[in-house]
Design a protein. Structure first.
Length: 287
Protein backbone atom coordinates (compact mmCIF):
# COMPACT_ATOMS: atom_id res chain seq x y z
CA UNK A 1 0.00 0.00 0.00
CA UNK A 2 1.26 3.49 -0.86
CA UNK A 3 2.09 5.86 1.98
CA UNK A 4 -0.26 8.82 1.60
CA UNK A 5 -0.35 10.43 5.05
CA UNK A 6 2.13 11.87 7.53
CA UNK A 7 1.68 12.79 11.18
CA UNK A 8 3.90 15.51 12.64
CA UNK A 9 3.72 15.81 16.45
CA UNK A 10 4.34 19.44 17.35
CA UNK A 11 2.69 19.84 20.76
CA UNK A 12 5.79 19.82 22.98
CA UNK A 13 6.42 22.69 25.38
CA UNK A 14 9.97 23.48 24.20
CA UNK A 15 11.24 24.06 27.74
CA UNK A 16 14.92 23.89 26.70
CA UNK A 17 14.48 27.08 24.66
CA UNK A 18 12.73 29.21 27.26
CA UNK A 19 12.10 32.11 27.32
CA UNK A 20 12.03 32.16 23.48
CA UNK A 21 9.41 29.40 23.36
CA UNK A 22 7.10 30.94 25.98
CA UNK A 23 5.04 32.48 23.16
CA UNK A 24 6.58 30.84 20.07
CA UNK A 25 6.52 27.11 19.24
CA UNK A 26 9.95 25.50 19.14
CA UNK A 27 8.97 24.07 15.74
CA UNK A 28 8.82 27.67 14.45
CA UNK A 29 12.42 28.44 15.42
CA UNK A 30 14.06 29.74 12.24
CA UNK A 31 16.95 28.08 10.50
CA UNK A 32 18.09 31.36 8.93
CA UNK A 33 14.87 32.30 7.06
CA UNK A 34 12.80 29.11 7.26
CA UNK A 35 11.17 27.55 10.35
CA UNK A 36 12.14 24.03 11.30
CA UNK A 37 8.67 22.61 10.70
CA UNK A 38 8.69 23.81 7.10
CA UNK A 39 11.77 21.65 6.47
CA UNK A 40 9.80 18.70 7.91
CA UNK A 41 6.75 19.35 5.73
CA UNK A 42 8.92 19.73 2.62
CA UNK A 43 10.59 16.40 3.44
CA UNK A 44 7.20 14.67 3.47
CA UNK A 45 6.24 16.30 0.18
CA UNK A 46 9.51 15.17 -1.41
CA UNK A 47 8.34 11.57 -0.88
CA UNK A 48 4.99 12.25 -2.54
CA UNK A 49 3.06 12.67 0.72
CA UNK A 50 0.51 15.49 0.42
CA UNK A 51 -1.86 14.71 3.32
CA UNK A 52 -0.18 16.00 6.48
CA UNK A 53 -1.61 16.12 9.98
CA UNK A 54 0.15 18.34 12.52
CA UNK A 55 -0.59 17.62 16.19
CA UNK A 56 -0.52 20.97 17.96
CA UNK A 57 -1.21 22.23 21.46
CA UNK A 58 -1.98 25.41 23.32
CA UNK A 59 0.10 28.34 22.07
CA UNK A 60 0.90 26.73 18.70
CA UNK A 61 -1.40 28.83 16.52
CA UNK A 62 1.52 30.41 14.66
CA UNK A 63 2.19 27.03 12.99
CA UNK A 64 -1.26 27.17 11.40
CA UNK A 65 -0.77 30.81 10.43
CA UNK A 66 2.55 30.00 8.78
CA UNK A 67 1.00 27.50 6.36
CA UNK A 68 -2.09 29.65 5.73
CA UNK A 69 -2.65 32.41 3.18
CA UNK A 70 -1.90 35.99 4.22
CA UNK A 71 -3.70 38.29 1.75
CA UNK A 72 -2.44 41.52 3.33
CA UNK A 73 1.20 40.45 3.03
CA UNK A 74 0.69 39.13 -0.49
CA UNK A 75 -0.88 42.43 -1.59
CA UNK A 76 1.96 44.42 -0.02
CA UNK A 77 4.60 42.33 -1.76
CA UNK A 78 2.80 42.59 -5.09
CA UNK A 79 2.58 46.39 -4.83
CA UNK A 80 6.29 46.60 -4.07
CA UNK A 81 7.21 44.39 -7.00
CA UNK A 82 8.72 41.69 -4.79
CA UNK A 83 7.78 38.84 -7.10
CA UNK A 84 10.24 36.29 -5.71
CA UNK A 85 9.11 36.82 -2.12
CA UNK A 86 5.44 36.72 -3.15
CA UNK A 87 5.88 33.41 -4.97
CA UNK A 88 7.72 32.03 -1.96
CA UNK A 89 4.98 32.68 0.57
CA UNK A 90 2.23 31.57 -1.83
CA UNK A 91 4.06 28.28 -2.34
CA UNK A 92 4.05 27.66 1.43
CA UNK A 93 0.25 27.79 1.61
CA UNK A 94 -0.20 25.60 -1.46
CA UNK A 95 2.42 22.90 -0.90
CA UNK A 96 0.18 20.27 0.75
CA UNK A 97 -3.17 19.52 2.39
CA UNK A 98 -2.30 20.33 5.99
CA UNK A 99 -4.69 19.47 8.81
CA UNK A 100 -4.47 20.19 12.55
CA UNK A 101 -5.59 18.41 15.70
CA UNK A 102 -4.92 19.80 19.16
CA UNK A 103 -3.49 17.59 21.90
CA UNK A 104 -5.36 19.04 24.86
CA UNK A 105 -2.94 17.72 27.51
CA UNK A 106 0.83 17.07 27.26
CA UNK A 107 0.55 13.32 27.90
CA UNK A 108 3.47 12.19 25.76
CA UNK A 109 4.40 11.36 22.17
CA UNK A 110 2.31 8.19 22.18
CA UNK A 111 -0.78 10.13 23.19
CA UNK A 112 -0.07 12.73 20.48
CA UNK A 113 0.04 10.00 17.83
CA UNK A 114 -3.16 8.47 19.20
CA UNK A 115 -4.89 11.81 18.53
CA UNK A 116 -4.38 11.06 14.80
CA UNK A 117 -6.36 7.80 14.85
CA UNK A 118 -9.56 9.02 13.18
CA UNK A 119 -7.67 11.01 10.54
CA UNK A 120 -5.38 8.13 9.56
CA UNK A 121 -8.03 5.42 9.37
CA UNK A 122 -6.96 1.97 8.21
CA UNK A 123 -3.71 2.65 6.38
CA UNK A 124 0.01 2.90 7.15
CA UNK A 125 1.41 6.35 7.80
CA UNK A 126 4.62 8.27 8.42
CA UNK A 127 5.58 9.73 11.80
CA UNK A 128 7.94 12.72 11.63
CA UNK A 129 8.96 14.64 14.73
CA UNK A 130 8.53 18.37 14.22
CA UNK A 131 11.80 19.61 15.72
CA UNK A 132 14.44 17.99 13.56
CA UNK A 133 15.17 17.75 9.84
CA UNK A 134 17.55 16.04 7.42
CA UNK A 135 19.76 16.82 4.45
CA UNK A 136 20.61 13.99 2.04
CA UNK A 137 20.88 13.20 -1.67
CA UNK A 138 17.80 10.98 -1.42
CA UNK A 139 15.22 12.61 0.87
CA UNK A 140 15.16 10.92 4.26
CA UNK A 141 11.50 9.91 4.16
CA UNK A 142 11.89 8.63 0.59
CA UNK A 143 14.62 6.28 1.88
CA UNK A 144 12.23 5.07 4.57
CA UNK A 145 9.35 4.58 2.12
CA UNK A 146 11.60 2.51 -0.14
CA UNK A 147 12.68 0.38 2.84
CA UNK A 148 9.02 -0.11 3.80
CA UNK A 149 8.14 -1.29 0.29
CA UNK A 150 11.09 -3.70 0.28
CA UNK A 151 10.46 -5.12 3.77
CA UNK A 152 6.64 -4.96 3.63
CA UNK A 153 6.62 -4.21 7.37
CA UNK A 154 6.75 -1.25 9.76
CA UNK A 155 10.15 0.43 9.70
CA UNK A 156 11.99 2.84 12.01
CA UNK A 157 14.75 5.24 11.00
CA UNK A 158 17.89 4.72 13.10
CA UNK A 159 21.58 5.52 13.47
CA UNK A 160 24.35 4.62 15.90
CA UNK A 161 25.06 7.17 18.63
CA UNK A 162 27.88 7.42 21.21
CA UNK A 163 27.25 5.31 24.30
CA UNK A 164 27.21 8.49 26.38
CA UNK A 165 24.15 9.74 24.46
CA UNK A 166 21.84 6.71 24.61
CA UNK A 167 19.81 8.28 27.45
CA UNK A 168 18.52 10.86 24.94
CA UNK A 169 16.83 8.32 22.65
CA UNK A 170 14.69 5.25 22.26
CA UNK A 171 17.29 2.48 21.87
CA UNK A 172 16.82 -0.58 19.67
CA UNK A 173 17.17 -4.11 20.98
CA UNK A 174 17.25 -6.39 17.96
CA UNK A 175 19.12 -8.59 15.48
CA UNK A 176 21.01 -7.40 12.41
CA UNK A 177 19.73 -9.01 9.20
CA UNK A 178 21.80 -7.00 6.76
CA UNK A 179 24.11 -4.03 6.34
CA UNK A 180 21.38 -1.44 6.91
CA UNK A 181 18.57 -3.39 8.56
CA UNK A 182 17.81 -4.70 12.06
CA UNK A 183 14.86 -6.87 13.10
CA UNK A 184 13.54 -5.08 16.19
CA UNK A 185 12.79 -7.02 19.37
CA UNK A 186 11.90 -4.01 21.51
CA UNK A 187 12.79 -0.38 22.19
CA UNK A 188 14.05 0.93 25.52
CA UNK A 189 13.15 4.57 26.15
CA UNK A 190 16.15 6.66 27.29
CA UNK A 191 18.10 3.89 29.06
CA UNK A 192 21.12 4.40 31.29
CA UNK A 193 24.29 3.56 29.35
CA UNK A 194 24.98 0.49 31.53
CA UNK A 195 21.48 -0.89 30.82
CA UNK A 196 21.32 -0.05 27.12
CA UNK A 197 20.93 -3.07 24.79
CA UNK A 198 22.82 -1.26 21.97
CA UNK A 199 23.77 2.17 20.72
CA UNK A 200 21.26 2.06 17.84
CA UNK A 201 18.91 5.00 18.35
CA UNK A 202 15.52 5.72 16.84
CA UNK A 203 15.73 9.09 15.08
CA UNK A 204 12.09 10.21 15.19
CA UNK A 205 10.99 9.00 11.75
CA UNK A 206 8.92 5.85 11.23
CA UNK A 207 6.35 4.19 9.00
CA UNK A 208 3.75 2.53 11.20
CA UNK A 209 0.63 0.44 10.53
CA UNK A 210 -2.85 1.46 11.76
CA UNK A 211 -2.65 -1.36 14.33
CA UNK A 212 -0.35 0.89 16.38
CA UNK A 213 -3.42 2.80 17.60
CA UNK A 214 -4.80 -0.29 19.33
CA UNK A 215 -1.52 -0.75 21.17
CA UNK A 216 -1.38 2.94 22.09
CA UNK A 217 -4.81 2.65 23.66
CA UNK A 218 -3.44 -0.12 25.89
CA UNK A 219 -0.15 1.61 26.71
CA UNK A 220 0.13 2.76 30.34
CA UNK A 221 2.22 5.80 31.27
CA UNK A 222 5.91 4.92 31.04
CA UNK A 223 9.14 6.91 31.14
CA UNK A 224 8.50 10.38 32.60
CA UNK A 225 4.90 9.49 33.41
CA UNK A 226 3.98 9.88 29.72
CA UNK A 227 2.45 7.53 27.16
CA UNK A 228 5.49 6.53 25.12
CA UNK A 229 5.26 5.62 21.44
CA UNK A 230 8.29 3.35 21.92
CA UNK A 231 6.34 1.23 24.44
CA UNK A 232 3.53 0.75 21.91
CA UNK A 233 6.05 -0.17 19.19
CA UNK A 234 7.51 -2.81 21.53
CA UNK A 235 4.03 -4.34 21.81
CA UNK A 236 3.71 -4.14 18.02
CA UNK A 237 6.98 -6.11 17.69
CA UNK A 238 5.32 -9.05 19.45
CA UNK A 239 2.47 -9.07 16.93
CA UNK A 240 4.37 -8.54 13.66
CA UNK A 241 7.82 -7.90 12.29
CA UNK A 242 9.20 -4.40 12.80
CA UNK A 243 12.49 -3.32 11.25
CA UNK A 244 15.03 -0.58 11.90
CA UNK A 245 16.70 0.99 8.87
CA UNK A 246 20.01 2.90 8.88
CA UNK A 247 19.42 6.04 6.80
CA UNK A 248 22.00 8.02 4.85
CA UNK A 249 22.35 11.76 5.33
CA UNK A 250 22.80 14.48 7.91
CA UNK A 251 20.36 15.00 10.78
CA UNK A 252 19.83 18.41 12.30
CA UNK A 253 18.37 18.12 15.79
CA UNK A 254 17.19 21.47 17.08
CA UNK A 255 16.10 20.00 20.40
CA UNK A 256 19.05 21.60 22.21
CA UNK A 257 20.62 25.04 21.91
CA UNK A 258 24.01 23.68 20.82
CA UNK A 259 22.50 21.52 18.05
CA UNK A 260 20.36 24.47 16.96
CA UNK A 261 23.45 26.66 16.61
CA UNK A 262 25.22 23.94 14.59
CA UNK A 263 22.21 23.66 12.28
CA UNK A 264 22.21 27.39 11.54
CA UNK A 265 25.95 27.48 10.82
CA UNK A 266 26.01 24.36 8.63
CA UNK A 267 22.88 25.36 6.70
CA UNK A 268 24.32 28.82 6.14
CA UNK A 269 27.52 27.33 4.73
CA UNK A 270 25.48 25.03 2.47
CA UNK A 271 23.58 27.89 0.80
CA UNK A 272 25.00 29.29 -2.43
CA UNK A 273 23.63 32.76 -1.66
CA UNK A 274 25.34 32.91 1.72
CA UNK A 275 28.33 30.61 1.94
CA UNK A 276 30.97 32.92 0.47
CA UNK A 277 30.36 35.96 2.66
CA UNK A 278 29.38 33.84 5.68
CA UNK A 279 32.51 31.69 5.42
CA UNK A 280 34.67 34.81 5.20
CA UNK A 281 32.99 36.19 8.31
CA UNK A 282 33.54 32.97 10.27
CA UNK A 283 37.21 32.96 9.35
CA UNK A 284 37.53 36.58 10.46
CA UNK A 285 36.46 35.65 13.98
CA UNK A 286 39.77 33.78 14.49
CA UNK A 287 38.27 31.67 17.26
Amino acid sequence: MDIRKAVIPAAGLGTRFLPATKAMPKEMLPIIDKPVIQFVVEEAISAGIKDILIITGRGKRSIEDHFDRCPELEQALEKRGKKKELEGIQRISEMANIHYIRQKEPLGLGHAILCAKDHIGNEPFVVMLGDDFYMSKVPHIQQLVEAYRRLESPVLSVKEVPATEVMRYGIIDGKSIGEKTVLVKNIIEKPCPKDSPSNIAWMGRAILPPEIFGFLEKTPPGFGGEIQLTDAITMLCKAQKVYAFFYEGKRYDVGTIMEYLKAIVECGLARDDLNGEFKTYLKSLKI
